[in-house]
Design a protein around this ligand. Structure first.
Ligand SMILES: [Zn+2]
Length: 727
């Protein structure tokens, strides 16, 4: 590829950043001591000791200085999906991985629908004229905010058009909000609706679909200071919260129906792939949409008149919020929605013994502007993971299974890069992928947060005990303290157990989606969270991260250590550390939550399903015992454990329902999908049928679940028999 030439030129840029001195000089991680009796879950005693050695060497490499350097380079320029800058970073990452000693470095191209603004304008016509500025203020202390390549306000995948119409305020833009407007005699058909980004998070795509369904002409989504501005605390550049002119960009793709490129729903958009007409694309919005800062929303809210909005709809601005009907606005949006290349960079460390078993680590590269937190904090941590893997390689240390790393593109637009890659290699991934570990934003603060399938919860907690948090505690202690603190905010008496630390209710909204919901592979999501009010704005940059998100880049480093060691434990385990007793407990909670819903117990027989889950718990427990015994056996030969591991890898696939969930066939996982708001949705087929009081479908879905659990009960018995051969 012609770019190669420039390719060579670029080596010095990102790659050169990896200077020799960058050994981790933050407080060294104490070697994770495990007494000889105590083993790492999934390892024999001998291999636990070896693993500890490897982990100690690995953890010594990631450094705050180096993480900061990667971050500075990655966030130097706006790099949205489809931009030349983002493509340059793809080549630089590929280049750096080669320099670090990663193998099979390849850049995959996908031709996908991209959406960029040609013109976006908003002006109030009456009762007063006001032209929205649609740009974010620059601040002298942060030179990046003066970068001329920062775009003004736009919403990706918005329809194009022009309208002059009354504007109404619809609070968060959920169906019930429009119902309240209707009760106040306000019909939004043909009008412009102004809604606000919401807390708790609700995907803007669902706001757009709801307005579209109700016949609104356009939707404007603004950031109210109650959610992410001065009502939360100090604003940028003095604090982490969003300043007056900050704009939350984002896409409104209906990827909760089918993720990925809208023109190739369910198949990979490799060059030359069949594409459907844009008008037929289910995930393509048909409504004009744009974001707004509260700086520009305030004049509209002040002048829209109409009935006073209810208390809950009152926001943080010093005005009386009203429902509207008195102001008229002119909206003009011209979008270039056209097919452009996206690039997914892939590299690996081939497994020494089990090259066809893959542990995949991924992070998206594309940002709306500088991507300080989202996603380049994750990319910086990932480059420290690969640097450390490279260092191990130089010491002749190679994992047993293959570790694959991926830099995704197009995540912000529609989870595109990961979805296309997942669809392209789906059959292989179903057989070979042990687990997928996603880090979108690695750090916006100190609070460790983990989402995962429940079978991985115990090993994730175990791992956190072997790492030190910058606070001086172990990561485990810091994690538990934070989680307890958050629970106590809700109820003073709250307690927390290790089983509660990992959140097993997994929504969508990031690159794990295709692997869990479509391919049925176990997934983990990792992040360090904190006060963060500049999401998807130009203020999400290096200055913000260096001053508020992670001063000193210690959590970037800790993320690289946790993420890397997790990959190494999954890659080197003798028996894959999945705990199905833990999975059964989560599953029981999911079933009981549905059973408690209105009319459910009266119309659906839950006993057989719960009985199957009880047996799953017993089988899971007995399997843990068998694995423990097998790993203690003096003559255990890891190679002989492969049949058992193959069975363990099959469990997650058995949750797949080939027909998919009713109405959304792309979502094949019977336990996990996501609501249109991206919120978590467990037992999706059953839950949605119960919520619709569609009892026939609900009973069918309950049966599908019961069959899947019983299939896994049989499988766990077979795996246990395999392990018992070790005695
Ligand atoms: Zn992201």
């Amino acid at each position: 590829m012609k770019k190669q030439a420039r390719f060579v030129l670029l080596i010095p840029l990102l790659g050169a950043l990896a200077s020799a001195q960058s050994k981790s000089n933050s407080k060294p991680q104490t070697p994770s001591a495990v007494n000889p009796e105590q083993r790492i879950t999934g390892f024999t005693a001998a291999n636990s000791a070896k693993q500890i050695e490897i982990e100690t060497k690995f953890k010594a490499v990631p450094s705050p200085e180096q993480a900061q350097k990667w971050h500075r380079r990655l966030t130097a320029e706006p790099h949205p999906s489809g931009s030349e800058r983002n493509n340059l970073l793809a080549r630089e990452i590929a280049d750096t991985w080669k320099m670090q000693g990663m193998e099979d470095v390849v850049i995959h191209e996908y031709d996908v629908l991209q959406s960029t603004p040609r013109e976006v304008s908003l002006e109030m016509i009456s009762p007063k004229s006001y032209r929205a500025q649609l740009r974010e203020e620059a601040y002298a202390v942060d030179p990046d905010t003066k970068n001329p390549r920062v775009k003004s306000a736009y919403t990706s995948m918005s329809a194009s058009g022009e309208v002059t119409a009354p504007i109404v305020y619809a609070f968060s833009g959920n169906p019930e909000d429009y119902e309240l407007l209707r009760k106040n005699g306000i019909d939004v058909r043909g009008k412009v609706v102004l809604v606000r980004y919401s807390n708790p998070y609700s995907y803007r795509g669902f706001k757009a679909l709801t307005a579209q369904r109700l016949g609104a002409a356009a939707i404007i989504i603004y950031s109210d200071p109650q959610e992410d501005g001065y009502q939360r605390g100090k604003v940028f550049p003095d604090g982490p919260w969003g300043p007056e002119s900050h704009i939350q960009r984002g896409a409104i793709t209906y990827d909760f129906i089918v993720p990925g490129d809208p023109l190739t729903p369910g198949w990979a958009s490799v060059p030359g792939a069949k594409q459907i007409p844009i008008a037929e694309a289910e995930s393509m919005p048909k409504i004009m949409a744009m974001p707004l800062s509260w700086h520009d929303a305030k004049p509209l809210l002040e002048n829209m008149g109409g009935p006073i909005a209810p208390k809950k709809w009152q926001g943080g601005l010093p005005i009386k919020y009203r429902m509207g009907g008195n102001a008229t606005v002119h909206v003009k949006i011209d979008m270039d929605n056209s097919v452009k290349p996206n690039y997914v960079v892939e590299a690996r460390v081939r497994g020494a013994e089990l090259p066809d078993e893959w542990v995949v680590l991924g992070n998206h590269r594309d940002a709306w502007e500088f991507g300080g937190v989202d996603p380049s904090s994750g990319t910086a941590s990932m480059l420290e993971v690969t640097r450390a893997l490279g260092e191990l390689g130089k010491q002749g240390i190679r994992p047993r299974r293959t570790i694959v790393v991926c830099s995704w593109d197009g995540e912000e637009v529609g989870l595109t890069g990961s979805t296309e890659w997942g669809e392209q290699f789906g059959d292989e991934l179903k057989k070979k992928m042990v687990a997928y570990v996603n880090v979108d934003s690695s750090t916006s603060g100190p609070d460790f947060e983990v989402t995962a399938v429940a079978s991985l919860s115990p090993m994730l907690v175990e791992l956190s005990k072997s790492l030190n948090d910058p606070s001086g505690k172990t990561l485990y202690e810091a994690w538990k303290a934070t989680a307890l603190g958050k629970r106590r905010e809700k109820s003073k008496q709250a307690a927390i157990s290790d089983a509660d630390l990992v959140d097993t209710q997994i929504g969508s909204g990031s690159d794990h989606t295709v692997f869990l919901n479509h391919l049925g592979r176990p997934t983990v999501g990792l992040t360090f969270d904190g006060p963060y009010g500049v999401y998807h704005s130009m203020y999400d940059d290096h200055f913000w991260v260096s001053h508020f998100g992670d001063p000193g880049f210690k959590y970037h480093t800790l993320m690289a250590q946790y993420w890397g060691v997790l990959g190494l434990r999954l890659a080197n385990a003798d028996v894959l550390p999945f705990d199905f007793e833990s999975y059964a407990r989560s599953l029981r909670k999911f079933v009981m939550e549905v059973e408690a819903k209105k009319g459910a117990a009266a119309h659906v027989e839950f006993k057989p399903l719960l009985a199957a889950v009880d047996r799953f718990e017993v089988e899971g427990r007995q399997l843990n015992v068998a694995a423990d015994r097998a790993l203690k056996a003096s003559d255990v030969v890891p190679g002989k454990l492969q049949n058992a591991n193959a069975g363990i890898m099959q469990v997650e696939s058995n949750w797949l329902n080939p027909d998919g969930i009713p109405g959304r066939p792309w979502f094949k996982h019977a336990l996990y999908a996501a609501r249109y708001t991206y919120a978590h949705l467990e037992l999706p087929g059953l839950t949605e049928a119960v919520e619709k009081a569609d009892w026939t479908t609900a009973r069918q879905q309950a049966r599908i679940l019961q069959d899947a659990v019983e299939k896994n009960n049989l499988l766990l018995r077979q795996v246990r028999a395999e392990l018992q051969k070790q005695k």
